[in-house]
Ligand binder design. Structure first.
Ligand SMILES: [Zn+2]
Length: 101
């Protein structure tokens, strides 16, 4: 079932899966139960995006719930690899230092 967006006057936007035939009908807010009208929250941004960008964005939103930043190793792969290398080196040095002479 496709997911549609609705706007509760009290609680704000929420999404709900509904059959396509019912998508234009108001949906009960999961917070307060008020019937909320359908809104198109994602439409304005999507209109200016290419189809490819939209697909990529959708995929990203689905994989992260749209709530989280990408993990550091995705944001800066080169920097992350360097950091890992340094951390490993440090660990080795510490292991050597703690070894009894
Ligand atoms: Zn509500």
């Amino acid at each position: 079932m496709p997911t549609y967006e609705y706007m509760c006057k009290k609680c704000g936007p929420f999404t709900q899966q509904r059959p396509m035939a019912e998508c234009e009908l108001p949906s009960a807010c999961p917070e307060c139960g008020t019937r909320a009208p359908r809104v198109l929250l994602t439409a304005p941004g999507c209109l200016t995006m290419s189809a490819e960008a939209r697909q990529a964005g959708l995929k990203y939103e689905r994989s992260t719930d749209g709530l989280h930043d990408p993990p550091p190793y995705l944001r800066d792969p080169a920097g992350w690899a360097k950091k890992l290398k340094r951390a490993r080196k440090l660990k080795r040095a510490q292991a050597r230092a703690s070894r009894p002479a």
